[in-house]
Write a protein that binds this ligand. Structure first.
Ligand code: ADP
Length: 271
């Protein structure tokens, strides 16, 4: 616990008294610590590709100058490192944009079924490369929720990409859509989109921390797969902005299920 202490002298008829004020500033301290950790993480994440790039530039200017084959190889790696930085900056911008809007609930009508078809179609090359079959099982032809279409598209894209990245090559990703008329978690009607993979699953100790920025179970694997460690943090913030819930169920060796639960009713002020 952190306290801020202030003292002042108070004149009374009996003389001078000292007034000491103890203010609990723990939450402010925690926010400050989180901010410092975040800046340190971002700096670290940006520094490693930058160091690699500078190293390759030096090699290209020196030893590899007259070796076209080596130069070609180095340029390929440099492109990968630069793309990694680009993805990171893109995700950081998405995250800060969503955070800035978090208090304003989006209300555009979004058809989740049509959107999932679009996202699966857009990810066809990724699915094909990993030889993953993606199925969509929707209880209804159309399911409208109030939302922000671009952001919801990002939620499903991130979850499908993760299911492919960590779900194992040649396996199946099952997407299902259903409704609940009296969802206890939202105290009202909800739309539930589930993305289930057949991968290695996630040990229970990691689940509560998965949506923290830069939290990765296997750093090496995430980087190898082109991950920034921000995908699920972005998902959580977008779902929060929609006043929804993100549920994660998984067991080691049993695959994982990510459920996005969204309210179907409009906020009272705009209904
Ligand atoms: P990343 O860019 O590393 O994929 P995410 O925020 O999307 O970042 O995910 C955080 C971590 O959660 C990942 O590094 C991975 O360890 C774990 N993870 C996410 N989705 C799955 C999944 N479907 N199966 C197993 N692990 C997963």
């Amino acid at each position: 616990t952190a306290y801020q202490v202030s003292c002042s002298a108070v004149e009374t008829n009996d003389g001078t008294s000292v007034l000491m004020c103890f203010e609990d500033v723990t939450p402010i301290e925690q926010i400050g610590q989180m901010r410092r950790d975040f800046v340190a993480n971002v700096s670290h994440e940006l520094r490693s590709p930058l160091t690699a790039l500078l190293g390759f530039i030096e090699t290209l200017q020196g030893p590899a100058r007259d070796d076209p084959a080596a130069a070609e190889r180095f340029l390929g790696t440099m492109q990968e490192e630069a793309s990694r930085m680009e993805r990171l900056v893109k995700d950081l911008l998405s995250l800060s944009r969503v955070e800035a809007q978090e208090r304003v609930r989006p209300t555009d009508p979004v058809d989740l079924v049509a959107m999932l078809h679009t996202v699966i179609h857009a990810n066809a090359p990724l699915l094909q490369d990993a030889e993953v079959i993606c199925s969509l099982d929707a209880e209804v032809d159309k399911l409208i929720v109030p939302g922000d279409a671009d952001q919801l598209q990002q939620v499903f894209t991130n979850l499908i990409e993760n299911a492919v990245k960590y779900g194992g090559d040649g396996k199946t990703v099952r997407i299902s859509v259903r409704t609940d008329e009296e969802d206890p978690s939202l105290r009202g009607p909800s739309a539930i989109v589930e993305i289930a993979d057949q991968g290695a699953g996630i040990d229970g100790v990691h689940i509560p921390r998965l949506t923290e920025r830069f939290y990765r179970i296997d750093n090496h694997r995430s980087r190898e797969m082109g991950g920034t460690g921000l995908g699920l943090a972005i998902v959580k913030h977008i779902v929060n902005r929609h006043r929804g819930r993100l549920r994660i169920q998984s067991e080691s060796g049993q695959g994982s299920q990510f459920q996005v639960v969204l309210p179907r009713d409009l906020p009272a002020a705009t209904a």
